[in-house]
Design a protein around this ligand. Structure first.
Ligand SMILES: NC(=O)c1ccc[n+]([C@@H]2O[C@H](COP(=O)([O-])OP(=O)(O)OC[C@H]3O[C@@H](n4cnc5c(N)ncnc54)[C@H](OP(=O)(O)O)[C@@H]3O)[C@@H](O)[C@H]2O)c1
Length: 269
């Protein structure tokens, strides 16, 4: 689990909502890798209607030969301009994993999540047992779950070892505290997605004052605050420009001191 915690992972979801510019998107991800990004986050769902593998292909191309861990997700695909499905049936998960294996081009996927456990009709056990079988076959290294409750996790962990969880958890709202506590108790890596959304400035008043005093961005301090909040946590940043990618990554090595801890605690009260 050590390699999955305390990191600023780089997510590529936003590239599927903007007009496609493959070389610019790749250059942004590569700027992150050059600056030390250790984990990329992609998914089958991060696609364009006319390019259904766009997000996975971007991450695969950027990660190739770098040693960076590329996490991807299945059971959720884009079906139209603003529609997505959710299906964690055994058949669908196996087929999605086989497709991702072809895209990434290796023998196994390093980190594979069920993307929308919350929206799928099937019980979590069905998708998780499909991933457990695929891991037994050597096609996956780590099993992850996304958009889950503690009850889902308890049921899934009875089927197989869960290595990572990815839920919405932001510096402002800390939406998944119960799931984070479960991950801490069970030594499972927790990835906080959309860590800067919602981005209401008011609740970060004290941290914003610290940012102004130190001449750094509030977003960088918010990411740092999340990383400091738990020994099993990483954030998935959705920065889409080299400047914001590098700024977010800097949070990984920023110091966390008493004035910052006090300011963040004051913002949360
Ligand atoms: N598992 C799931 O169901 C799920 C759902 C949603 C997201 N995710 C994952 O989480 C990732 C992040 O989600 P998100 O895009 O909502 O993330 P976010 O990082 O909370 O928000 C991204 C926004 O913050 C801005 N930003 C990021 N770093 C900044 C910085 N240092 N300074 C100023 N602005 C900054 C970006 O601006 P610029 O665009 O200008 O850089 C962008 O507008 C996704 O790419 C995906 O991998 C997973």
């Amino acid at each position: 689990m050590k390699e999955l915690v305390g990191r600023v992972a780089l997510g590529v979801a936003s590239f599927s909502f903007a007009p496609r510019d493959r070389s610019a998107d790749l250059a942004t991800i590569r700027a992150g890798i050059a600056a030390g990004t250790a984990i990329l986050d992609t998914a089958r769902a991060y696609a364009h209607v006319d390019a259904p593998l766009y997000g996975e292909e971007l991450a695969a191309e950027a990660a190739r030969g770098t040693g960076v861990i590329a996490g991807t997700k299945g059971g959720h695909s884009r079906t139209g301009e603003s529609t997505w499905d959710a299906d964690i049936s055994r058949q669908r998960i196996r087929s999605d994993v086989e497709t991702s294996l072809r895209v990434f081009g290796g023998e196994r996927l390093e980190l594979y999540y069920l993307h929308r456990v919350d929206l799928a009709e099937q019980p979590v056990e069905e998708g998780v047992s499909a991933l457990a079988d695929l891991r037994d076959e050597g096609k996956l290294t780590r099993v992850g779950l996304s958009n889950v409750t503690v009850a889902d996790l308890e049921r899934a962990a009875a089927v197989t070892r869960i290595d990572a969880v990815q839920n919405h958890h932001s510096a402002v709202g800390r939406e998944s505290l119960d799931v984070l506590a479960w991950c801490e108790a069970n030594q499972v890596a927790f990835f906080a997605y959309s860590p800067l959304r919602p981005s209401t400035p008011a609740p970060s008043r004290h941290l914003a004052a610290q940012a102004a005093e130190r001449g750094v961005s509030l977003q960088r301090l918010q990411l740092r605050a999340l990383l400091a909040s738990s020994p099993v946590l990483s954030v998935v940043s959705g920065a889409t420009r080299p400047e914001t990618v590098l700024d977010s990554l800097a949070a990984e090595s920023d110091p966390w001191d008493e004035p910052l801890a006090t300011a963040y605690a004051a913002d949360l009260t």
